[in-house]
Design a protein around this ligand. Sequence first.
Ligand SMILES: Cc1ncc(COP(=O)(O)O)c(C=O)c1O
Length: 302
Amino acid sequence: MTEKMSTHQAQEDQRNEEILIYLNGEIVPKAEAKVSVYDSGFMLGDGVWEGLRLYNGTWAFIDEHLDRLFEAAKTIDLDIGMDRDQVKQAVLDTQSANDMISDAHARLMVTRGVKTRPFQHPSLSRQGPTFTIIMEHSRPNLPRPIRLATVPHLRGLPMTQDPKLNSHSKLNCILACIAAEKAGADEGLMLDVNGFVNTTNACNFFIVRKGAVWTSTGDYCMNGITRQKVIDLCRANDIPVFERNYSLVDTYGADEAFLTGTFGAQTPVGDIDGRQIGDGEMGPVTKRLRALYKDLIAQECA
Ligand SMILES: Cc1ncc(COP(=O)(O)O)c(C=O)c1O
């Protein structure tokens, strides 16, 4: 079990070399989808993004994703320059240009746009935002449960760079992922400023103890849409669920652990810091939640 793996690993798909990309109102071949080196996203990570998934012709939970995108843009005082319907239309146009029906993943990215000078001040972005949509054929391909390593990089307080923002700049998370890889794991398990287990560098994190599902209070982590769906599914199906503080002691001793995110839905975790979780394979509660989530997607994307 030494091969490298990431939580966002997908099957190789040659069609992704030929995809069309949405770039500021135009849909262009991937090779032509180019952004200036003066773009504030490239220069400073000054932008926000969303990841969405297409199932059976429908973008799952698109309204929640657009709520989060517009909320993040408002927070960083970035005018997307399009309303919700226009953003939705851009997604649909890109989908139809790419002839995609199912098993596709979209990354919507909006930055403060091209700057007049290569410096930080946001007022140097005067040409309007840069809006792009990358849409790829995507089938998750995770051959084994994920291995996590606890890393020294914390989920910060909201008054520094609020960890709820899906900002282009993800350096804290990237450093966490690098540290995890160097420790021989796939992804970093991040603690909050009080030392409680919070989330991973790219997904939300859950444990299962004696049939009950635990996740962090929701402070310091991304308000994941999949995270909320799992909590709602637990409540609707009489599975005890707690949003609470808990430590590595509770985590190492858990019967099961799993990650949530739009890409992978619910991904089992087999090992944390060299401690096997449960029997190291996907546990029964994780299996049940995956089945419930699959049904939910089938209803949403009927
Ligand atoms: C740091 C982080 N945590 C969790 C998530 C999962 O969120 P969602 O379930 O909305 O995809 C994401 C995805 O954007 C993320 O970047």
